[in-house]
Design a protein around this ligand. Structure first.
Ligand SMILES: [Mg+2]
Length: 448
């Protein structure tokens, strides 16, 4: 599907010109001739990007941009303002109205497409995140701005000069050494890189920041020479988020930085929420262990690996002995404390590679990766003994509660379904229960 672009200009020839160039690049183009119609068209067609003329009768581009950005349904559409004059005041006014980018008339194709591509890439990521979340609730969080900025330049003095342009709420750190800059980027909200010195390979630094998993979310603002269009385009295509032209204007620097920092805070908040909800989908709320669905899916994976490569595993199905009696004697709250304490101990006893989940009410399943029957038996037995040794102290009850556990072990076998291996472990667990509890028994084929 091609990206849809809304072109807003009061002069028809301008619209046609842009339309022709964008269509030639297979963009889908919609047109509007004034601010009101632009907002209407944005609502109706949900464009991926808006190219917005500044000078228009009625409401001008700045006001149109402000209204677009004030509307929760529209504010995530990137807006590129198209100005007749490359005026510093206009740029700052536009940034303050919420514009994402600027292009100067007459619009240069190469610059146009570099900007459009860079903004569309960003929008795809943001849309993806927003799809899964209630975005509006997060915007307030995003407004509490960070503002840790790293300025990387060829020499200390040059970096300091840029860093000194920042005032509250920013804290800027000057770095002349790329490795040092990379280290500080780990905790930065924005990295500013001077791309104008032959001695300093700023693009390499930008590429490193983009490719490293720990820094790839950090926005980058590149400083480029105003007459070096090629370097601007290259920077944007390499993943620099925004560029500012030399000589750097402090007002514009701060306005552009603010936009980037706010966008990052918003994306971070979205990402955190998403991780949280993914976590909840695989975690049992009471015990913090994996839930049944997750543990079953891992079991299935390990059975696949076993079938393909012969790498084995074993499971232990565990059940707390006389759990109903604990609930009846001490109450459900005490029961919950025991379930939770049991899970904490289980987590502590296991190797990092083992996977434990709550399988049912007081039933737990542990997957011992790479383990034989005997090794799983040893692991489960160690845990059983630790449980029997240390009673639980439950707040609000006078006496410590003795809790024991029974477990049945079975190794996975080639050709097994999940049900097969769990059924064998369950049969062994039944044997452990019926022959006295507080013990671990491994399944074995009976002589017929
Ligand atoms: Mg105009």
């Amino acid at each position: 599907m091609s990206a849809r672009i809304l072109v807003v200009d009061d002069i028809e020839t301008n619209r046609c010109l842009l339309e022709a160039r964008l269509s030639a690049e297979y963009f889908d183009v919609i047109e509007a001739e004034d601010g009101h119609k632009a907002i209407e068209a944005a609502r109706e067609h949900n464009p991926d990007l808006i190219l917005l003329d500044v000078m228009m009768p009625g409401i001008d581009g700045f006001e149109t941009c402000r209204r677009l950005k004030a509307d929760p349904a529209l504010r995530h559409i990137p807006v590129v303002m198209v100005t007749a004059l490359d005026q510093r005041e206009d740029r700052i006014k536009g940034l303050e109205a919420g514009a994402d980018e600027f292009l100067t008339k007459p619009v240069d194709d190469v610059a146009l497409f570099a900007r459009v591509r860079s903004l569309l890439r960003l929008k795809v990521v943001m849309d993806e995140l927003r799809l899964r979340e209630n975005a509006e609730a997060l915007e307030k969080d995003a407004d509490t701005l960070g503002g840790r900025i790293v300025v990387a330049a060829a020499d200390e003095a040059g970096a300091q000069r840029i860093a000194a342009m920042y005032g509250d709420p920013f804290r800027a750190k000057a770095c002349a050494d790329p490795l040092n800059a990379l280290r500080h980027a780990l905790t930065a909200d924005l990295v500013v890189i001077d791309l104008t010195h032959a001695r300093f390979d700023g693009l390499r630094l930008a590429a490193r920041i983009r490719s490293d998993v720990d820094t790839r979310q950090v926005p980058i603002l590149g400083i480029v020479e105003s007459d070096n269009r090629a370097s601007m385009v290259r920077a944007l295509d390499l993943g620099v988020t925004d560029v500012i032209l030399r000589p750097v204007d402090p007002g514009e620097l701060q306005a552009r930085s603010r936009t980037q920092v706010r966008r990052k805070a918003y994306a971070d908040a979205l990402r955190d929420r998403l991780e949280e909800s993914l976590e909840m989908a695989v975690t049992d709320a009471l015990t913090g262990l994996h839930n049944r669905r997750y543990i079953v899916s891992r079991l299935r994976q390990h059975l696949d690996v076993l079938d393909r490569s012969g790498e084995g595993f074993a499971v232990a199905l565990m059940d707390i002995d006389h759990f109903k009696r604990i609930n009846d004697t001490f109450g459900h709250q005490a029961g919950d404390v025991v379930l939770k304490g049991f899970s904490d101990r289980l987590r502590k006893e296991l190797r990092a590679v083992d996977i434990a989940g709550r399988y049912g009410g007081e039933e737990f399943l542990v997957l011992f990766t790479g383990a034989t029957n005997e090794e799983a038996l040893e692991g489960a037995e160690r845990f059983r003994a630790a449980m029997a040794r240390d009673p639980f102290v439950v707040p609000g009850t006078d006496e410590p509660i003795n809790v024991t556990v029974s477990a049945g072990i079975s190794a996975g076998e080639r050709g097994d379904d999940v049900e097969d291996v769990v059924a064998r472990a369950d049969a062994a667990l039944y044997e452990a229960k019926s022959s006295g509890r507080n013990q671990v028994i491994a399944w074995r084929k009976r002589a017929a």
